[in-house]
Design a protein around this ligand. Sequence first.
Ligand code: WTA
Length: 646
Amino acid sequence: MSTLHPVSPEFAARARVDKAAYERDYAESVRDPEGFWRRIGQRLDWTRPYTKVKDVSFDVDDFRIRWYEDGQLNLAANCLDRHLAARGDKTAIVWEGDDPNESRRISYRELHAEVCKAANLLTNLGVKKGDRVAIYLPMIPEAAVAMLACARIGAVHTVVFGGFSPDSLAGRIADSQCKLVITADEGLRGGKKVALKINVDEALQRPGTNSVETVLVVKRTGGAVAMQAPRDRWWSALMDGQKAEHEPVAVGAEDPLFILYTSGSTGKPKGVLHSTGGYLVYASYTHECVFDLREDDVYWCTADVGWVTGHSYLLYGPLANGATTLMFEGVPNYPDSSRFWQVVDKHQVTLFYTAPTAIRALMREGEAPVKKASRASLRLLGSVGEPINPEAWEWYWRVVGDGRCPIVDTWWQTETGGILITPLPGAIDQKPGSATLPFFGVKPAIVDAAGAILDGATEGNLVITDSWPGQMRTVYGDHQRFIDTYFKTYPGMYFTGDGARRDADGYYWITGRVDDVINVSGHRLGTAEVESALVAHPKVAEAAVVGCPHDIKGQGIYAYVTLKAGETPSEELRKELVAWVRKEIGPIASPDFLQWASGLPKTRSGKIMRRILRKIAENAPDQLGDTSTLADPGVVQNLVDERLAR
Ligand code: WTA
């Protein structure tokens, strides 16, 4: 049974959206999406106003998603230039370094000047509208400057999380044919150095990456790096000579803004492409409503810029809204597990947005590290990335928020560009573990396996039946894959890949992925990616990977490995394989459990039955279900026995 946390009357009294407004505007937004989004689109500055608003068909034979199609704008001008008159001296970015003694405040005026210089720099290096630029940087202000500079000249950025391996970076660079890479000598996280430039050097030796002409290197730690002339150039040396004025390039609303690679159930990560106008309308409007943004807020989203949350809710949404956004280079437990709350006090953070995995990890350390800080500035807490279990929710509410701050549990995806299901803090009563109700204009539905829409309290697969402006537009370079992945399973609807339950109050409870994607500490991974990394090892014959429950990470990675004939399992080899995956993909993909398997359960047609492997990984061998279609049922008993022997 979940407790209800009703909207507090004090919060509601000052909120941007109260219950009556939510009900009225939601009804309008789905009755007349055209009129609703025509009005909301006005929140941006358009160099050429749009006359069209929505042109959408989810029909696979006549497919299109277009918003504000004939409008023109510049994203960076919307995030910077238009704030200069009223907010020039307001802090745009509060930067908190990995080292608690290091922080900086960057005003809108200063950020604008830096972005103009970087835009001139990129232009001088031959980067033009539509060119792709890879950004592989730590959480330093240059990451924001680089992204905004790309947007300012209409170049398409693809940010690659600094924790990804050279191979993962190379795959992304090759897929999007980047012309330029922006990186740093090294990153710094939790006192440890991350060899970014060395990784770039390695990545650029991989096939398919010779589109890269220039590598710009930001000096972060001063660690030794090899600079390869004429390819590699120091960022600061080139920035110094640039003018701090730049005329933003007007782009069409549907022109691409960024590509962000994310894992799906099959194949390599896909390049999710977002366009400019609808995306920014949606990111900024959701940011304002969901976080109940006020002019004097200090907003902190702990996500890395390498993930979609870092795009929409660390940078673009907040900056489009003229907000003060905090960027944190470090990790929650360095120098100690009070760090988040020390930072909250230091910068008087009012709105705080993080992931359940961080909350669970901090919860394990007890209340003392939290209570050491005052946290009196906080007025709202947010959660994103994975389902939040009610225990973690209650702890977040009671301990971190002192029972005073509403919690917004925001459900969305890389593909959706912005939040789709969430409580609005002054309007929607919260239930721990439920993302609650749809945002304006969003029409979720629950379908059964055959695609029939289910009414009332029910459970099934989550679809969205109509478009919203922030929706992704294509898979970069493979439009058919976009249509096949998201619109074929349930014709006429966007399939999220998530399962959900809807209760009698109409609240949505996301139950997790129903495809072969696992969510490890809020990071998406395709089981197929981890499997192909494993089978690339010379001693591995076959591998199958599933998610399993994990106290801190939400889901852990459980790998079954069959060795080639003549190879013997050993503790040493187990460690070697875990390290191998880490090196192939990145630390986030390290298997938590690796079980030797003499054989894998397969159907007669050779398909691995993951349902069974999941149950064994969960240690629920009594729930294996029907195993009669297996080619060799004996395999299962072996796996169960081996699991128990662990
Ligand atoms: C999961 C992150 C439950 C979900 C913004 C989704 C969530 C996937 C929530 C997308 C939430 C995200 N409650 N599950 N509040 N937020 N998810 O693309 O499975 O990295 O499909 O985007 O994370 O992950 P992605």
